[in-house]
Design a protein around this ligand. Structure first.
Ligand code: UT7
Length: 330
């Protein structure tokens, strides 16, 4: 009997801007210390996209172009580009459309998907469904955010957390035993009160009043989000391991969304996985929202072997969260 078509990760690439925003520089901007930031979050520095008229697509285009070159993929063979972002260049057209045009993916359709820090995971699972139908063969999923465009650099509670970046994967059909094996995706709109942007959309369109009230910046009740993030990420990691009969010894890496190093430590403990098997890039990149997971894969690529079992997990605004079980390799 013919095996069902499974989507596999056929390549990964990333891009981060050159400018490094260090904790020392933040000490000069807000009332904070390198010691507080490092011990409470694990972040030492983050990358910032500088310059006029530079949107998320600038980073997304570099990540996708690099991915196509690296995987020797003709842009015209791409069927679909899904761009996960909460910081699109503009509200319309989609940043995915802008990226597709710039990389020459003229036969692809493209769109944006918004699920904040879970955006890449949601987009990867959505892209996998297109492959599994058998109708689409090459799907690019790009997670990109220019968080510096929605961060208030007078608010020490949030400005120390975020950075800019982009990461992209190529999904392709695979009939072997690797690829995206299973996933759990969840959301709960009750989380809005703890993590949101008050204005800029249809409820409160931009006006002088919304700008004066700083309502276009990200608001976060850190402690409330922290507690639910730890609980939910650990819950879905354990659930996906159990239903796929995986013990901690079977796992090569947990690939978690990078919001706080302390969250990663607790999730790893609860999954019974040692910290040396947890991908971490928050120290050098901060929280890059939709880009954290593909940027982790890009950074750890050389350490991955075909057959390695990976557990992805995310938590973010919405609330949105989830996990995926992925077997690395062609
Ligand atoms: O990616 C989307 C999902 N997001 C998350 O998962 C983020 C989850 N939350 C967190 O990572 C943490 O809650 C934060 C890193 C945001 C904050 O850490 P915390 O340990 O929860 O700090 P806190 O908000 O409870 O604040 C503790 C104290 C407060 O002072 P008082 O009221 O006790 O005097 C804050 O004002 O730390 C103060 N504080 C700071 N001090 C120095 C807050 N930010 C800073 C700062 N520098 N940057």
């Amino acid at each position: 009997m013919k095996k069902p078509i499974r989507a596999a990760i056929a390549g990964v690439h990333g891009h981060v801007p050159d400018y490094i925003l260090t904790n020392a520089e933040l000490e000069k901007i807000v009332d904070t210390t390198d010691e507080w930031i490092t011990t409470r979050t694990g972040i030492q520095e983050r990358r910032i996209l500088k310059g006029d008229d530079q949107g998320s697509s600038v980073m997304g285009i570099k990540a996708v172009k690099g991915l196509l070159e690296k995987t020797d993929t003709d842009p015209q063979d791409i069927d679909l580009i899904i761009c996960a972002t909460i910081t699109p260049d503009v509200l319309t057209p989609a940043t995915g459309n802008i990226i597709a045009h710039a990389v020459g993916a003229t036969h692809a359709f493209s769109y944006d998907l918004q699920a904040a820090c879970s955006g890449f995971l949601y987009a990867m699972i959505t892209g996998a469904q297109f492959i599994e139908t058998g109708k689409y063969r090459k799907v690019v999923v790009v997670g990109v955010d220019k968080m510096s465009s929605i961060v208030d650099y007078t608010d020490r509670k949030t400005c120390i957390l975020f950075g800019d970046g982009a990461g992209a994967i190529l999904l392709a059909p695979n009939e072997s035993d690797s690829g995206i094996m299973d996933s759990i995706l969840r959301s709960d709109g009750a989380g809005e009160e703890h993590l949101h942007q008050k204005a800029g959309g249809s409820r409160r369109p931009p006006s002088h009043a919304t700008i004066d009230a700083k309502e276009h910046y990200l608001y976060q009740n850190g402690q409330a989000v922290f507690k639910v993030a730890v609980l939910k990420m650990a819950e879905v990691v354990k659930e996906i391991m159990q239903r796929n009969c995986l013990s901690s010894d079977d796992i090569a890496f947990i690939v978690p969304h990078q919001a706080n190093k302390r969250i990663l430590t607790v999730v790893a403990q609860r999954a019974g996985v040692a910290m040396n098997k947890v991908m971490v890039n928050i120290d050098k990149l901060g929280n890059t929202t939709a880009a954290t997971i593909p940027l982790c894969l890009w950074q750890y690529e050389a350490q991955l072997k075909p057959g390695d079992r990976l557990i992805f997990t995310t938590f973010g605004s919405g609330f949105t969260w989830g996990s995926a079980y992925v077997v690395w390799g062609p």
